[in-house]
Each structure stands twice: as C-alpha cells, then as structure tokens.
Design a protein around this ligand. Structure first.
Ligand code: ARG
Length: 262
C-alpha cells in the first residue's frame, strides 16, 4: 500500500541518516554539492582485468565488454565519463586498488564472497557464473577424477584458483586468463580453470570447454567500503537497465544468449 511504502521510505531515510555522519560531507562518498565524489573529476574510473572476454577485452585500444557496458550506463546516469583502467586482479579483488584511490569502482567479473565483502562494498549481483575447464581439442580430460596428476593453470586470487585448491588439484598460478591459455597452448599445463563464460571465446583456437563445474557464483561491482553514495547509484542504474529491458539487450549483445528467467 502507499502507506507502507511511505513508511519504508521514511525508515530508509532514518537508516541512511544513521549510517553517515552528516557534518562530514564526503564520508559516504557524497560531495559537498550532493553529487557523487570521484577520484578524478568528471570521470568514473573503473579498475578491470582484461583479457576476460566477454566481460572486459581490449579492442582498438579501448577496453570494452559486458562489465564496461554496464558501468558505462552508471557513468552516463551520473554525468561522468567512463575511464576504464587495466590493473592486476589481485589488487582488484583484495580492495587494495579501491583503498589506494586507483579507481572508484572495480568491475572485473568479480564473484561476491564473504571474504571480499569484508574489504569492499558490493552492488546487487548482475551475473551468474560457474567454473569451467578448457582443454586442447580432443583431450580426454573432462571430469574432476581425470584431472588427478595433471597440472591446471589458474588465475591469481580468483575463485577458480580457490576451487582448484579445494579439490586437491595441482595448479600453476598465472596473472591473467591470457597467460593461462598461452600455458595450455605451449603444453606447460594440461588444462585451464576459470569462469566458464570466459572460456568459449577460445573454442575457435583449437580448444574445447570440456566441463562446467557448478559453483553458483554471482558477480558484483565493488566500491570502497562505506561509499554508499556510489553503491546506491550503481544499484539504481541496474534497476533502470532491468526495468527498461536494456540489461537483457546488453546481456544478449555480449554474452550471446538471452539471460535465464528469474
Ligand atoms: N569470478 C572470478 C573471481 O571473482 C574470476 C574473475 C576474474 N576476472 C578478470 N577480469 N580476470 O575470482
């Protein structure tokens, strides 16, 4: 009802007032004029770790992809220019890049985990993910058992690296997905583990996606802990994109299929 909606809004206002100190205008990320404070004026600086197609990839000297399309919409809603910055995934997922003031947002196919929640604040989830196995075409590796005694390439500080360890797999750690696939190419490793959606772009290069290990992960965009102004703005944009059908359009454009219902 309208009445309970009004009550909710009032409650929300109280909660917000309780969380931020009103005399320090910037403690929650709000600038003195009520706009959102960013590290470089007029810009929304976003740390990301390509190559991670279709989420972030370099094309014609620019970083594009599903993540960049979504944060591009956030930037547009805030009247800011999107400024993507390629950085290491370890600094992105640990909160170090945000805490060092390198970027306003980390948008890098980041799985929301409790550990990471201690180091940054996350938006609402925007993508469902699982782990996948990339092997050379014709390889007989496809199950967890078949990987026993084999060497797996993982990416530093990722959920895939943690998954390999939890499952007792012998792994070699690489800085990014590009280096992982190169190691597979040269025979340094027997298989690659990373988020399954990022493996299909390699099928045309003589590789195959041999398994999908269901981990039930969800991606979120991260902001510096306590930056409620920015995290609220991201969530508002996500709701707008969802309502207008733009989320589905961008999903189909970059992921190649329509999003699953629900
Ligand atoms: N989703 C995984 C994680 O959060 C992998 C993300 C890697 N992202 C990237 N842009 N390379 O750990």
């Amino acid at each position: 009802t309208a009445r309970s909606a009004a009550a909710l809004v009032a409650l929300g206002g109280l909660l917000l007032a309780g969380c931020s100190s009103s005399d320090d205008a910037s403690s929650d990320g709000t600038a003195a004029d009520g706009s959102i404070a960013t590290i470089a004026s007029g810009k929304l600086t976003v740390c990301t770790n390509p190559p991670f197609e279709p989420f972030e990839l370099e094309k014609d000297g620019e970083i594009v992809g599903f993540d960049m399309a979504l944060v591009g919409e956030v930037a547009a809603d805030l009247d800011l220019e999107l400024a993507p910055l390629a950085t290491g995934f370890d600094g992105i997922e640990s909160g170090a890049a945000l805490n060092a003031g390198q970027c306003d947002i980390v948008a890098s196919g980041i799985t929301i985990t409790d550990e990471r929640k201690a180091n940054m604040d996350f938006s609402e989830p925007y993508f469902d993910a699982d782990q996948g196995l990339l092997v050379a075409e014709g390889s007989d590796l496809s199950t967890l058992e078949s990987l026993e005694g084999k060497t797996i390439a993982v990416q530093v500080a990722t959920t895939g690296a943690a998954w390999a360890e939890e499952n007792g797999l012998q792994s070699v750690v690489f800085d990014d997905l590009g280096a992982q696939v190169q190691a597979l190419q040269t025979g340094q490793v027997d298989a690659v583990v990373n988020d399954v959606a990022t493996l299909s772009p390699f099928i045309s290069d003589g590789f195959e996606v041999a398994a999908n290990f269901s981990t039930g992960e969800q991606y979120g965009f991260g902001v510096k802990k306590g930056n409620t102004a920015l995290v609220n703005a991201i969530n508002t944009t996500l709701v707008r994109l969802e309502t207008a059908g733009t989320y589905d359009e961008l999903y189909t454009e970059w992921i190649g299929t329509a999003p699953a219902e629900g």
